[in-house]
Design a protein. Structure first.
Length: 126
């Protein structure tokens, strides 16, 4: 730390995490002030918001899905071995899901890894 007013340290950079503050420098005084200006860099991890589309199950048309499933002749529809029957059933469920459940956007906030960018603050201190 260096004095920012005469031989005294009056001007500080206050943070909860001192490891994010770098390159604190004293500049000249501003105009007729007897305080020195301070600059510093701060590592900022900004959250990244990823938007993705997901099914809105609260708005699904379950009556239509139920009608389609109840109207299916399962003995005729499902044939072959167990794996083939599972694939057929799963494909039908996915198809009904896509047709009868609308999509909505959902934001997912994730913490950005690393410290790709630094924000530089210049503050005149009086």
């Amino acid at each position: 730390m260096e004095p920012t007013r005469g031989t005294n340290i009056f001007d500080l950079v206050i943070t909860k995490d001192p490891d994010i503050v770098h390159e604190v420098q004293l500049l000249d005084s501003l105009a007729a002030s007897d305080h020195w200006m301070i600059t510093w860099k701060v590592d900022i991890n900004r959250p990244i918001v990823r938007h993705k589309k997901v099914f809105d199950y609260n708005k699904g048309d379950y009556k239509a899905i139920k009608q389609r499933l109840n109207g299916t002749d399962w003995n005729e529809y499902l044939h072959g071995d167990t794996e083939n029957r599972w694939q057929t059933f799963r494909n039908l469920i996915h198809q009904l899901q896509q047709v009868h459940n609308p999509l909505k956007e959902e934001g997912n906030v994730a913490q950005q890894e690393g410290t790709d960018s630094c924000a530089e603050e210049k503050a005149p201190v009086f």
